[in-house]
Design a binder for this molecule. Sequence first.
Ligand code: ADP
Length: 322
Amino acid sequence: MSPRLLVIGSSNVDLFATVPRHPFPGETLLGTGGARAAGGKGANQALAAALQGANVQFVGAVGDDADAELALAGMRAAGVDLDRVVTVSGAPTGLAIITVSQDGENTIVVIPGANAQVSAEQAVGAVERMGSDDILLMQGELPPKSTEAAVRAAGAAGLRVVLNVAPWLALEHDVLTAADPLVLNEHEAQLAVAEFGLAPEDGGPMAMARALRMAGAPSVVITLGAEGAVVASAEPASQVSGSRAPVSGSRVTRLPSPRVTAVDSTGAGDAFTGALAARLLEGDDLQDAAAHAVRVGAYAVQRRGAQPSYPRAGQELPGTFA
Ligand code: ADP
């Protein structure tokens, strides 16, 4: 059987409101449109990876309500294995309330609902059924204890872990540094750097990526919106002359994003991370996987919504670099 991607994460219904601008506190604003769609960082990334051709199992929880089927619909249609999704009675399916303004910027409020019931036992049980060629992909929308237990179980079983700590969660340091890669946007990277008490010289993304790697993460990816991403990994052994010692140097690369017209950035980071994990599963090295993921992210921002904006494998991606 080909290697599998195990995504343990959140699944939500996204409730979108398109607005001319974001409302101020206390203000009522007329929106220009609205929609409901499947979302949640776990579900989004599972779908993005499946559309890129990965064999994906999604593990999570939904409520016993009408939103449950919508939350899972996109993944179901893409052939994601949902056998280990539990239905929690008495809890609502997760809900995200998203406003998207004319310039493509969004604000998001997430109500976890059933996602908060994904237990350490459920997560570890799923990890323990995987093989050592499989990859575990997690995000920051489940209870921290469940995330920590699953990442540690993956480490014990020899699985590679891709950890996208979004939104930022101050997980235990051994869990953050088990990630290979740790995937963060610029804001989350700043919080991670502060969590480790690091003060990278110039504070820029390349310095932050290098500092987080030196803190112990084998590799780090920082996404930079329209600016693409930065990747820090170990210096290839062939480039370290005359040394047989473990390599501690970092190779830090900047991957520019293709220049596109962004209409909605919702779920772009999830498109990026899902595509990244799919390519790592295929055996790409991190630089190549991230170069592809940047183009998938750029594809996604050109279309409205999160899941409906994700490309399939082989679909033409933007590629004219800025
Ligand atoms: P998040 O949505 O998690 O904050 P980013 O905003 O960094 O993540 O976006 C993730 C990826 O999506 C980027 O690395 C890039 O590939 C793509 N992306 C996001 N915004 C744009 C944009 N305006 N133009 C081109 N690509 C973009």
